[in-house]
Design a protein around this ligand. Structure first.
Ligand code: UDP
Ligand code: MG
Length: 309
């Protein structure tokens, strides 16, 4: 037995908070689990945080923090981990797309001694074709690098206090929670769940947001793109060796005049290869720059907790 802290990242979820708090609360009460709910309002500019404060007055198990601005779900999750007091900690979406009943199952596995319980999507729910294709490419790359099927993973997980402390000890700021729990190791298991429809409001993701998320997670988690630059180089080298031989042969045979098309093509290909490589390196340098600046991952502007009664 032990207390479960449920972290709920929430960005402009005023229509969901109350229902979500009630549903999760009831589910955990019925299962006789000691819990508290920690809403992390990610710089919401609607009534999200006010509702959390009101709920806190009625039920001290509901609490929350408010960011000074929108820092993103990843920051919200880590702030939750920072502030969580439970013996085990779960992260769940505010829109009830992750079924609260699965929390009970996860808690049961934790009691059996598992330290990481991953929520695995048995289906991905309703998504546009565009979105599906995009996530397929992104998770395809991540999966082959990490040797796990990332396409089905989610941020819905339950972690033991030990694991949370290990993650909080990581010095880096650019984190990828979804993959870090695998990276951390520990005694792990998984439960599968069906992605439900979003309860109220709209998804907070835009396409450009997703592209940024994918790039930033790839560069924060792996150096594979840098190695790919080397591979591009090798391919271009082989290519140029072949062309080089041909050019020399032509030269010595005194038929070297034509080849304009080849020159243009080579220029374009090499130019493209160099620009892409520079771009990839640029991304990593940007990463290093951000880490070196050492800015906090998030800034808290308000806290609701037991102490401020
Ligand atoms: N979220 C957040 N900060 C953001 C965007 C989203 O805390 O900048 C929260 C959001 O409130 C929700 C969860 O992250 O609880 C998942 O977001 P959403 O449902 O919009 O994403 P989707 O389910 O469409 O992937
Ligand atoms: Mg959602």
């Amino acid at each position: 037995m032990g207390k479960l802290t449920v972290i709920i990242p929430s960005y402009n979820e005023e229509d969901n908070i109350e229902n979500t708090a009630k549903t999760i609360g009831e589910t955990l009460q019925n299962a006789d689990i000691e819990y508290d709910l920690l809403f992390v309002s990610d710089g919401s500019n609607d009534k999200t945080y006010e509702i959390v404060e009101r709920l806190h007055k009625e039920d001290k198990r509901v609490g929350g923090i408010q960011f000074s601005r929108n820092f993103g779900k990843e920051a919200a999750i880590f702030a939750g981990l920072d502030y969580a007091t439970g013996d085990c900690i779960a992260v769940i979406d505010c829109d009830l797309q992750h079924p609260p009943a699965t929390l009970v199952e996860m808690y049961g596995l934790w009691e059996e001694g598992y330290e990481v319980v991953e929520g695995i999507k048995s289906s991905r729910g309703k998504e546009s074709i565009f979105y599906k294709l995009f996530t397929k490419i992104f998770y395809g790359i991540m999966s082959s690098l990490m040797k796990i099927d990332m396409n089905k993973t989610s941020d819905f997980k339950l972690l033991d206090r030990k694991v949370v402390n290990a993650l909080l000890d990581l010095p880096e700021r650019n984190t990828f929670f979804r993959a870090l729990s695998f990276w951390a190791g520990f005694k792990s298991t998984s439960v599968s769940f069906d992605v439900a429809q979003r309860q109220a409001g709209k998804s907070k993701w835009s396409f450009s947001g997703l592209v940024k998320y994918a790039i930033s997670n790839t560069t924060s988690f792996t150096t594979a793109p840098l190695k790919a630059v080397f591979v591009i180089g090798v391919i271009l080298l082989i290519f140029s060796a072949v062309l080089g031989v041909e050019t020399l042969v032509n030269y010595f045979l005194n038929i070297a005049a034509d080849g304009f098309t080849t020159v243009i093509l080579v220029l374009l290909i090499i130019g493209g290869g160099i620009m892409i490589s520079l771009g990839i390196m640029g991304h990593y340098i940007a990463r290093i720059y951000e880490e070196v600046k050492g800015r906090p991952r998030y800034i808290v502007s308000k806290i609701t907790s037991e102490k401020d009664e």
